[in-house]
Design a protein around this ligand. Structure first.
Ligand code: TRP
Length: 347
């Protein structure tokens, strides 16, 4: 069996550091260090439209933002195929065939979909396309016969549903599709980086994100305003790490070499934590340290983005070529699927 990796993001906003530690960083690492037969990274505009159908400008504009974010973190179009979902109509066709393999009640029970329906207050007016997006996601994955899907934890129910659809398809029509597995972020904190306000989720609508494209001043301002330990009032008070956003970010970003560069009085994060818990270490000092780390991590990404922004036609060419390549691969799977379903009439 081939080793194919596929993942995607909805183009509903610029990507932030939660996306970075949750998935983008891993993709770049896999791209550079793993043995694989194909890597596909999809900008999921069709899926984004299922709950943004009334705001097409938003989706269109964010295709560019997400593509710039991909390239600036180091996704290399010579190693990974970056493509736009709607430019591969085979995915829509597969979705329609797969819709027979799942019941409406099963779609309603999908925990991710359920949570999203609640969050969007759809009540009894759920767009049919939205309810079916797990089916479309199954098409995205199976069209490329992807065996590995690097995603955040919230996507696990999606993959479970995809596997069910694949098994049902293979049972009925013959063994054609590949059952995908998730690749999750390495650590708990990377699975869900909190927002700068301490909210469990970093999200655009909550206004608590640090974006990959933020300038240096915004990063500093956001870090210095971050939620810490409300009981740590005087420097000498003992500090707490639970729910302390600054330390969560350090867990996600800090490496030992950051200490020799920016805070040589300590040699590792454990020592810093120990001092904080004991008391006598100020939040400002820890925030300044985190700021240095984030600045050093995000500066090359931002600079690359500024370069890319000067040559948008180059980026559009990458998306165009990538989408053509993706379509070529997806059409092979679609032909197999149609043959298996006995709807390959004249071939
Ligand atoms: N649902 C994913 C998100 O919200 C995006 C996505 C669409 C995706 N198709 C996919 C992720 C296929 C992995 C595989 O970010």
């Amino acid at each position: 069996m081939k080793n194919v990796i596929l993942t995607g993001d909805r183009p509903t906003g610029r990507l932030h550091i939660g996306h970075y530690v949750g998935s983008l960083r891993k993709r770049v690492e896999m791209q550079n260090n793993c043995d694989y037969d194909g890597m596909f990274i999809m900008i999921a505009d069709t899926q984004a439209l299922t709950d943004n159908y009334d705001d097409p400008e938003k989706i269109r504009g964010n295709i560019t933002e997400v593509a710039l974010d991909y390239l600036s973190v180091g996704i290399d179009p010579s190693k990974a195929t970056i493509f736009i979902q709607s430019l591969v109509p085979e995915l829509t066709e597969l979705t329609f065939y797969y819709m027979n393999l799942v019941t409406v009640s099963r779609l309603h029970r999908n925990p991710t979909v359920k949570a999203e329906i609640q969050m969007r207050k759809f009540d009894n007016s759920i767009p049919a396309g939205f309810l079916c997006y797990p089916v479309s996601q199954t098409a995205d994955i199976t069209a490329f016969k992807a065996s590995w899907v690097p995603v955040g934890e919230d996507q696990l129910p999606m993959l479970e549903q995809s596997r069910e659809i694949v098994r049902k398809f293979n049972d009925i029509y013959g063994n054609i599709l590949v059952e995908p597995k998730a690749i999750l972020p390495d650590s708990q904190v990377c699975k869900r980086l909190p927002g700068i306000d301490g909210n469990a989720k970093m999200s655009k609508s909550l206004g608590n994100c640090i974006y990959l494209s933020d300038d240096s001043d915004s990063i500093k301002r956001k870090v210095m305003s971050m939620f810490t330990d409300p009981l740590h009032i005087k420097i000498d008070d003992p500090g707490h790490l639970g729910g302390n956003t600054v330390f969560s970010y350090l867990d996600a970003f800090c490496k030992n070499e950051h200490f020799s560069c920016f805070l040589p009085e300590y040699s590792n994060l454990d020592e810093l934590k120990e001092h904080y818990i004991k008391g006598g270490l100020s939040d400002v000092k820890v925030k300044r340290f985190l700021n240095e780390i984030l600045q050093s991590e995000l500066k090359p990404i931002r600079e690359k983005r500024l370069e890319l922004e000067k040559n948008l036609p180059y980026m559009y060419e990458i998306l165009k070529k990538g989408s053509e390549n993706a379509q070529r691969v997806a059409s092979l799977t679609l032909a197999e699927v149609k043959k298996a379903m006995k709807i390959n009439y004249f071939s």
